[in-house]
Design a protein around this ligand. Structure first.
Ligand code: ADP
Ligand code: MG
Length: 137
């Protein structure tokens, strides 16, 4: 089975829909290998989104990601990376397909409820950002 990183972002935790998102994830056949509720520090958020540091939305994104607690989840499934991206939908909820997590729960292109790794390689790196191997089942 493949792993991918999910982050339930501060907008979704504030709206109290993190439980609904986790249920939808489980209903879609994903298994949870690790899960924690955490408050990201500014330096953690900056490092996590470092690939976007030249983008105009980077500073706002970092502020948003530290605006409240997030749920970090290591998900497991066959083809987890592609399957999770499909279940969450497009970055901008206005462009996301009906029934996707972002269509259902996102506020905007920035406050878009969830993160998903974009490749198997990045999934490994991103899971390693939050979990040690001994914290995963
Ligand atoms: P995704 O999360 O779908 O992989 P990106 O990696 O392109 O999307 O962007 C990372 C995150 O940055 C997005 O999930 C979203 O929260 C934010 N973001 C991306 N593009 C924009 C934008 N044009 N304006 C505001 N926020 C954005
Ligand atoms: Mg991305």
């Amino acid at each position: 089975m493949e792993r991918t990183l999910c982050i339930i972002k501060p907008d979704a935790v504030k709206k109290n829909v993190h439980g609904s998102i986790i249920q939808k994830t489980l209903d879609a056949g994903f298994h949870i290998a690790g899960l924690r509720l955490i408050q990201l520090s500014e330096s953690q958020a900056k490092k996590f989104y470092e690939v976007h540091k030249e983008r105009p939305f980077y500073n706002d994104l970092v502020s948003f990601m530290i605006s409240g607690p997030v749920v970090v989840i290591a998900l497991m499934k066959e083809n987890a990376v592609a399957g999770w991206r499909k279940l969450i939908g497009a970055t901008d909820p206005a462009e996301a397909e009906e029934g996707t997590i972002r269509k259902l729960f996102a506020n905007s292109k920035q406050e878009n409820a969830v993160h998903g790794s974009d490749s198997v390689e990045n999934g490994k790196i991103e899971i390693g950002f939050f979990f040690t191997e001994s914290e995963l089942v």
